[in-house]
Ligand binder design. Structure first.
Ligand code: SF4
Length: 363
């Protein structure tokens, strides 16, 4: 069956608002058609460079301007990353996703180090993913040559609501980054966060933007906001499990081949709640006690849950083949040293101003 791309917001809302049991049944049916319902992919998210980020994403404790307890770290070494990847592999992860709190990738020694990390993890026969901010086509090609399996760059929310959360970069840059990744054979991972104060229409708006990409992202993380003290969204009410299941089910129906990932916010979900999400089509999770900087269930708890539910861990490279890493000395792609003009809309965001008034934002 050909994948539908021309979804409208109205069609998606109609699915999202279906009676709960019907929605679950429909999503589970689609899920069974395209995936093994008893297999879940397990990824480990590794923060290779934490904090000190110049952006103003209202949900993020790593933004340097917000008063949070996050301790900033310089870029990890290749050996540190290798040790963590081996630990992740031993505990059942098939993928390591490396996150750096950067606005965008800059050519230079730090990016060269990340490329070496990519080669190292690929050689451990694990899928390797990066989330490093905006990338140019040349940078995406260099990541591909190093053996990158996936690149993550979330749309976060709808284009309209995005302006209420972030002012230091534009939605179109996000889409351009995804487009740059698409020009390579690296798979695309892009999703968003619910619970930031957005409406159902905004949730549908984000799903429209993702579903219209052709091909659709191979992986779509659905995060529930973890409100962190010190950020402008610290007082946001947590989303209910029902909203989470509806979001997962709707994503599954409109993006049938995608791996839908339960991401941040899992610590607030019961096992029963997570089981409902798996039934509704979630087939990927992040393992490990931290998700970059926010809490996540312990990997042993996850394995107990998998046993109870009879779930198996997906083997690496089941969906897409592994590519051989090209060594640095054999690389055929030079760094261009580009200085792309990523946008900086700089508009005022009410919540950020409120946080500033309360002394939550650094001057
Ligand atoms: S979400 Fe990423 S870009 Fe935004 S402040 Fe956090 S680390 Fe920076």
């Amino acid at each position: 069956m050909a994948t539908k791309h021309n979804w409208t917001k109205e069609e998606i809302l109609e699915i999202y608002n279906k009676p709960f049991m019907e929605l679950l049944y429909e999503a589970a049916t689609v899920h069974r058609e395209f995936h093994d319902p008893n297999t879940v992919q397990v990824s480990t998210l590794l923060s290779i460079k934490t904090g000190g980020c110049p952006e103003d994403c209202g949900y993020c404790p790593q933004a340097a301007r917000y008063h949070t307890d996050i301790e900033g770290n310089d870029l990890m070494s290749v050996n540190q990353v290798k040790a963590q990847a081996l630990r992740a592999k031993a505990s059942g992860s098939s993928r390591v996703c490396m996150g750096a709190a950067w606005r965008n990738v800059k050519d230079g020694p730090e990016f060269d180090s990340v490329l070496e990390m990519v080669r190292t993890i690929n050689k451990l026969d694990m899928e390797v993913c990066c989330t490093l901010g905006m990338v140019t086509e040349n940078q995406a090609k260099r990541l591909e040559e190093a053996g990158l399996y996936a690149y993550n760059h979330n749309l976060d929310t709808s284009e309209d609501y995005y302006k209420e959360v972030i002012s230091t970069r534009g939605y179109e840059d996000r889409l351009e980054t995804l487009d740059n990744v698409r020009k390579t054979n690296v798979t695309v991972c892009s999703g968003g966060i619910i619970g930031m104060g957005e409406s159902k229409e905004d949730r549908a708006g984000m799903l429209v933007a993702l579903a219209r990409l052709n091909p659709q992202p191979e992986s779509v993380p659905i995060n529930a906001l973890v409100p962190v003290e010190g950020t402008p969204l610290e007082e946001q009410q947590k989303v209910s499990i029902w909203e989470m299941v509806r979001m997962v089910a709707t994503t599954r129906i409109i993006m049938p081949k995608t791996q839908v990932r339960l991401s941040a916010g899992r610590t607030d979900m019961s096992r029963e709640g997570q089981a409902m999400c798996f039934f509704a089509g979630a087939n990927s999770i992040f393992a490990g006690d931290k998700l970059l900087t926010t809490p996540n269930p312990d990997v042993n708890e996850d394995m107990i849950m998998f046993k109870e539910l009879g779930l198996n861990v997906q083997k690496p490279f089941e969906k897409h083949p592994q590519r051989k890493s090209v060594e640095k000395e054999d690389s055929k792609i030079d760094a261009l040293g580009e200085k792309p003009r990523w946008s900086r809309p700089g508009h005022k965001i009410e919540k950020n101003l409120e946080a500033q008034a309360k002394g939550k934002v650094k001057a």
